[in-house]
Design a protein around this ligand. Structure first.
Ligand code: CMC
Length: 425
């Protein structure tokens, strides 16, 4: 119940509106404006800058302080002490698993890593040079055609099984997208490997040759998945919730999240970072690109810098930078020309007044792009990796919504078009 109230007075309307104000456990208070539509008023908030679209218990972000908590646990502690699958469990169930629960969860995920053989035929319908995110939208959406038992979204057990299937199959599909693009046979998952090792195995091994997976690279991969696991009500998660609010199948909802993630202002940024570094091409061009980024007449922005919520630093970027250093050292790539450009950009942008004043710091995608490039993952696949990591977050939010007293998401508008007019006689 609300202890506080806000009063709204609108010019031209005599009645004053008393609106309940709710307090979260932490974070800003929230004014409940739901009663306004009945009074002929809407609130206006394009970009949802001030709108809490839902109540949630999963993830908390304090952008000014650079805080990211999953179920209360700081992301830095999870990155250091936990691993991706344990974090998935935490997001889905609300608590860290016991040792036994963790073992059961890991084994359950392993039981679902293969995809139906029929699904592999889907790939032939795509051009070999199709963008991996386009294929992911298609094949993840297509999963809904394979699991009829997942169709009763009001059955809790069905929801749990769908969650396991999605978390387990995303790396398999991501690796299949890559293998298809280079014309190599799909690799079956290996359930004796960890989640991250198995992904690298399906990506880089072939039926002719199985290379040993580097523990440093497997740890980096696990960390990339973990650091992307959830991020509150971001654009793709809100898309999943909105699609889910209609009662749509969870696989279709996650496909809609993948589509929303694709854009360069969201998950597509890690790919855009590498494209930008290649476009800069040489350290001598950096100043020119910095000037372009500052020029208001020029649409160019420094990719991998800035964040809608984090205006001081991105806590995920701090951990990612450390992993980035480890990976580059493991691969002996400290002198790679593109990475040198990246490091110089990072230095300039963190010192330049334009960027500092606007709180534009390197975000998680700046470093994840560099790590993925170093591991040998092609640039077009970067956002697919993000989507794989973000899957537990999307499902946790979808599940939270379906388990609650929810209504279909249906925003309203400020209409500025023609009023009614007659069709010409
Ligand atoms: N390069 C140059 N200027 C920038 C940049 C940038 N990357 N980002 C923001 N600005 C400027 C912008 O021009 C504006 O300046 P002014 O106040 O003079 O008009 C000011 O900073 C505020 O920008 P905004 O567009 O109002 O900020 P926003 O919160 O709406 O946008 C953002 C956030 C992430 C979309 C934006 O910073 C951006 O486009 N960054 C590059 C893309 C990127 O790296 N995205 C990944 C985000 S992290 C992954 C994820 O969580 O999805």
């Amino acid at each position: 119940m609300a202890d506080k109230k806000a009063t709204l007075k609108v010019d031209g309307i005599e009645e004053q509106f008393e609106l309940p104000v709710y307090e979260g456990t932490v974070g800003p208070d929230v004014v409940d404006v739901r009663s306004l539509s009945g009074k002929g008023l809407f609130t206006y908030d394009p970009g949802f800058m001030s709108t809490a679209a839902t109540e949630s218990k999963i993830t908390y972000i304090d952008g000014a302080a650079g805080v990211l908590l999953h179920r209360g646990y700081p992301i830095e502690q999870l990155a250091e002490k936990s691993d991706y699958l344990e974090t998935c469990y935490l997001l889905l169930h609300g608590e860290l698993p016991s040792a036994e629960e963790k073992e059961t969860f890991v084994n359950t995920i392993k039981n679902h890593t293969m995809v139906h053989e029929q699904l592999s035929h889907f790939f032939n319908g795509f051009r070999r040079d199709a963008h991996p995110m386009a294929i992911m939208c298609g094949v993840v959406g297509a999963l809904s055609a394979f699991y009829h038992d997942s169709l009763d979204i009001h059955d809790e057990h069905h929801r749990v099984v769908s969650a396991h299937r999605l978390i387990a199959k995303m790396p398999t599909l991501a690796a299949m997208v890559y293998k298809y693009s280079i014309g190599q046979p799909f690799m079956f998952p290996r359930n004796d490997l960890s989640y991250a090792e198995n992904f690298l195995h399906m990506m880089f091994n072939t039926p002719c040759e199985e290379k040993k997976i580097s523990p440093v690279l497997a740890k980096a991969m696990d960390r990339i998945f973990l650091l992307h696991a959830d991020h509150e009500q971001n654009a793709s998660t809100s898309t999943v919730r909105l699609a889910g609010s209609t009662g749509a199948n969870p696989f279709a909802c996650i496909a809609s999240g993948i589509a929303a993630l694709w854009g360069p202002a969201h998950g597509g940024a890690n790919e855009a970072v590498l494209n930008m570094l290649e476009e800069i091409g040489d350290e001598s061009n950096i100043d020119k690109f910095i000037a372009k980024a500052k020029d208001k007449e020029d649409p160019f922005r420094l990719m991998g810098f800035g964040h809608r919520v984090y205006k001081n630093f991105d806590p995920r970027a701090k951990v990612m930078k450390q992993t980035c250093d480890e990976v580059l050292a493991e691969l002996g790539m400290e002198d790679d020309p593109l990475l040198k450009i990246a490091m110089k950009l990072e230095k300039i942008a963190t010192e330049d007044e334009y960027f500092v004043k606007r709180g534009l710091y390197p975000n998680v995608d700046f470093y994840s792009g560099i790590i993925l490039k170093a591991i040998g993952i092609p640039t077009e696949l970067f956002t697919v990796i993000f989507a794989t990591g973000r899957t537990p977050g999307w499902i946790a939010h979808w599940n939270e919504m379906i388990s609650s007293d929810y209504r279909i998401g249906r925003p309203r508008q400020l209409y500025t078009g023609h009023p009614k007019r007659d069709y010409p006689a």
